[in-house]
Design a binder for this molecule. Structure first.
Ligand code: NAD
Length: 358
């Protein structure tokens, strides 16, 4: 049954979509009324950042190629100072969530418009959510100023994303849409996008695993990532995102892999409390069950299945359950510490969610 009363907040962003669409970069910079762009990228994507600068020639003010995970405050300050020094009037973030996060940290204090060119499926480009790490503590917030004004989705830039990271990044995107479907403020429009986003990624990922250079599958995955990112920026998340935030922040586990491993177990935890959402997730996956469907997709695509396989130690399971159950937050099923511990133990071991959550 659809909700009859709801609030739907569209977030204004101009999206330029399609393989090869980076060719429109200069037009899009001018559209922002900008003349001098500072290009941001990670050290690993330095070549891509420099190619973007070369494409803009005189309209490129410089390249800052030191974006890293979790946006350290000192780095954000350095990038802001460089933007000022170069008289940049926009920032182009070419990369994954870490690079786009650096762009957001600049926009938060400078009103510089951000043009995002995402090269993973994490979805940060579609959200007004930012995170900055100061003295080891990651603070997150929401501010419309950090939302990129323009997003260019060019699948050709994702061809180099390693297959393993493509899979986990894609399931990271699916996690946004899955939680959006049972969000407290879900509405028919975001649910439509969420279901379509999951279906696009579930269709594209196995093709990417088999043929990593299939540009149509890459574009399909980007389309899904766009929709999943949009719903992440529109409605509240729940248990799954809280757990991944805890695991990433407290135990320094890799972002996309952690999402991939935890999602089936978080869905199994919420299975009885959100039956309509589960039906839609399962339908999008072409499966009978949402939790098992995600687990099978991850397994079929060769993703890691247990937290033990990505660097978590057995004694941290208890600590994680304590942290994740310490602050009350909304979830379709109330947070019960013992059930949470069981969920985390299952995710640690990598067992199938259906067997674990009966
Ligand atoms: P990432 O940006 O850290 O990238 C991972 C690695 O892949 C990096 O070394 C990067 O250089 C490399 N890479 C990226 N694209 C590539 C490509 N096409 N080819 C080759 N290498 C490539 O990873 P991510 O998963 O995109 O982002 C994770 C970060 O983003 C986390 O800190 C997370 O909290 C944040 N995030 C924020 C939001 C938000 O709304 N604020 C949403 C999602 C993720």
């Amino acid at each position: 049954m659809q909700k009859r009363e709801f609030v739907y907040q569209a977030r204004a962003a101009r999206v330029v979509f399609g393989p090869g669409s980076l060719q429109h970069l200069e037009r899009e910079v001018l559209e922002l009324k900008s003349q001098r762009a500072l290009i941001l990228c990670s050290p690993e994507q330095k070549e891509t950042g420099e190619a973007v600068a070369a494409r803009l020639s005189a309209r490129a003010a410089g390249v800052f190629d030191r974006a890293v995970m979790h946006v350290p405050l000192e780095l954000a300050k350095e990038a802001r100072a460089l933007a000022r020094e170069l008289n940049a009037d926009c920032a182009i973030a070419v990369g994954g969530g870490s690079t786009i996060g650096l762009g957001k940290a600049i926009a938060l204090e400078s009103d510089l418009p951000i043009l995002a060119v995402p090269t993973t499926y994490a979805g940060s480009e579609m959200t007004p959510i930012y995170g900055i790490t100061d003295a080891g503590l990651k603070k997150t917030g929401t501010d419309l100023r950090v939302l990129p004004k323009t997003v260019i989705y060019d699948a050709e830039l994702t061809m180099s994303l390693p297959v393993a990271l493509s899979v986990t990044s894609g399931i990271n995107a699916i996690a946004h849409a899955a939680e959006a479907l049972y969000s407290r403020d879900a509405n028919p429009v975001t649910s439509l996008m969420a279901e379509e986003g999951i279906a696009a990624l579930a269709r594209a990922l196995p093709v990417i695993v088999a043929h990593s250079q299939d540009v149509d599958a890459r574009a399909d995955a980007q389309y899904g990532a766009w929709l999943c990112g949009t719903v992440l920026g529109s409605v509240g998340m729940a248990l799954h995102h809280k757990l991944c935030h805890t695991l990433g922040g407290s135990f320094n586990l890799p972002h996309a892999q952690t999402h991939t491993i935890v999602l089936p177990h978080a869905l199994a935890y919420n299975r009885q409390a959100a039956p309509e959402a589960m039906k839609r997730i399962a339908r999008a996956l072409g499966s009978d069950d949402a939790a098992t469907g995600i687990y099978e997709l991850a397994k079929r695509c060769g993703a890691p299945l247990g937290l033990k396989d990505i660097g978590m130690s057995a004694e941290d399971v208890l600590k994680a359950a304590d942290i994740a159950s310490s602050n009350p937050y909304w979830n379709p099923r109330p947070i019960e510490r013992d059930a949470l511990l069981e969920l985390l133990q299952n995710a640690f071991d990598g067992v199938t969610p259906s067997a674990a959550s009966a």
